[in-house]
Design a protein around this ligand. Sequence first.
Ligand code: GLT
Ligand code: MN
Ligand code: MN
Length: 388
Amino acid sequence: MASFKPKKEHRFSFGLWCTANRGRDPFGEETRARLDPITNIKELGKRNVYGFNYHDDDLIPFGANLQLRNKIIKQTKQVMKDYNIVCSMATTNLFYHRIFKDGAFTSHDPKVRAFALQKVMKNMDLGAEFGANTYVFWGGREGAEVDAAKTPEEAIKRYRECMNFLCAYSRKQGYKFRFAIEPKPNEPRGDIYFATAGHVLAFIETLDYPDMVGVNPEIEHSRMAGLNTYHDFAQAMEAGKLYHVDLGAQKPNRFDQDLRFGSEDIKETFFVVKLLEDNNWAGTRNFDEHPYRSEDEKGVWNFVEGSMKTYLILWDKVNQFNKDKKIQQILKDIHGSDPALEGIMKHFSSEGADKLRKQAFDPMAISKKRLPYEELDQRVQELLMGVH
Ligand code: GLT
Ligand code: MN
Ligand code: MN
């Protein structure tokens, strides 16, 4: 691992829209040439990227005829084979075309909702053909600026109806998809429904097939909401709902910056990597981010290589953390053990509750236990800065 060179077994993946991003923003036009999807997949495969993700429209232009569609599908399968790269996730573009200007699944217009369902079903068929097992739902347009126009209750109900419909479709077709809903607090909408991983987790439990549906948290989106990404990812994982991840970097409380992985808040990012690796998380280490607008075509590949290299460096730091005698000693010291009390607290019993009510505690003595977090955090900081 010391060379920090990516291998297929590291299971890195990128969205085609990341590398094909042309640097357009609300205030300026494109700064890079168009990258066709087949070259895109090939260049990723050449760099030992394990998988690519795509929106229907990334691969097959919106409204393409059957002939063009079939030609692109054939080329995609060929390039996947030639460059040993899989399709790790499929998703639908339900935000670009003006038909989705006021939402897709949450639109007032049944025709828009039906068109959205049709678009998803068609792309699920294609994703299944490419062998994808994960299907992501990012409801970028599912939100509002004018709360008088649409109530959140109404929007949530419509969204649920669509998710239930698509779960049932996937089952009927015999597809292996697991769905992952991706939260984001705002942008492009003033407010987006299902703003955080917590909102998604609560919503999933109300669906017809909750086991089929999990969360796709994104570092950037979580930080946009001012949250601790590590905690966000961890809660989804603990619930058995971390079905996909979007890695990148972001300064808090800004527009979606989609910066190169690890380029902001290295400590929080380190704990995200630690979470995934310590738990042997089974999904792909997926990047959803954009090269700087100031970059040229060559810089796009520096960005891809840099993201994977940073991940491998942080993974190496995780191993150092786990082997570090001082860190491990402190962790051991701060974790108290009291089998009798722990036995009582694990499961309620009347007898246990009775015992606990009668137990004598010395709060002052208990509170004297040292918690050397200054020392612990400084050690982690030094490890991350590479000085020990
Ligand atoms: C879009 C968005 C991402 C989503 C993608 C999937 S598209 O770029 O900003 O966070 O993951 O639809
Ligand atoms: Mn993003
Ligand atoms: Mn994303």
